[in-house]
Design a protein around this ligand. Structure first.
Ligand SMILES: C[S@@+](CC[C@H](N)C(=O)[O-])C[C@H]1O[C@@H](n2cnc3c(N)ncnc32)[C@H](O)[C@@H]1O
Length: 205
């Protein structure tokens, strides 16, 4: 493990994830979000964008159980095995055939932990993160069921207020959660949408 990169430094969350059989410490971010916002339940249909190495998907598979369905998408391979009620598609979300969403949706929950490969340039990393976040919001707009939930990661920058406003248009309630396991140096935050509206709010409403 590379101890000079602060994002790769092992901590109590890394150790706990390893012990519990999850491939990444990020599972504790979703676990906290789920505990606070009560997102996941048995039998739900869920899409997980940016699923690799697979901690969120593994957690989701356990929460939704065998009557649920999970579509996990990433341009990289998973480093865990998911149960039979889960499908992994290795693809760039911008190039993915929409038929996958139609086959598995409409979704009760749209999750996105997508993050760009960071360049060290804070402004361009934030811009790429916003692009991924807005793509996830668009998937939720088209394929989220009425009453469904959304969790999306974004690196906070100057576009953040406009990006979160897109979530408010689609959902009755919008919340921000910065989990305890998010590293101190990180600009990430999770925007939560609860109870998707049957009709999005009009611009400026
Ligand atoms: C922080 S990791 C996700 C960790 C995951 N939630 C877990 O718990 O294992 C971010 C992921 O976003 C993926 N990603 C970034 N851009 C993507 C894109 N355009 N399409 C699909 N996946 C993308 C990356 O490949 C990476 O695996």
């Amino acid at each position: 493990m590379n101890q000079s990169n602060p994002y790769k430094k092992a901590d109590r969350f890394t150790e706990a994830a390893k012990k519990a059989g999850y491939p990444a410490r990020s599972v504790y971010k979703l676990e906290e979000i789920d505990r606070r916002a009560r997102i996941l339940r048995r039998g739900q249909s869920v899409v997980d964008l940016g699923a690799a190495p697979g901690s969120w998907s593994k957690y989701v598979s356990e929460k939704i159980g065998e009557k649920g369905r999970l579509l996990a998408i990433d341009r990289q391979e998973l480093r865990t095995t998911l149960p039979a009620w889960c499908t992994f598609v290795e693809a760039d979300c911008f190039e993915l055939d929409g038929a996958h969403y139609t086959e598995f949706g409409p979704f009760d929950v749209v999750l996105s932990d997508m993050a760009p490969n960071t360049s060290g340039n804070r402004f361009s990393d934030q811009a790429k993160s916003t692009e991924l976040f807005l793509h996830a919001v668009e998937v939720a707009r088209v394929h989220g069921a009425p009453g469904s939930s959304f969790v999306g990661k974004i690196f906070m920058g100057e576009d953040f207020p406009a990006a979160r406003a897109e979530v408010r248009k689609l959902y009755e309630e919008e919340r921000l959660i910065r989990p305890e396991s998010t590293r101190q140096i990180s600009f990430e935050i999770f925007v939560i949408g609860l109870r998707k509206r049957a009709q999005p709010l009009a611009p400026g409403a």
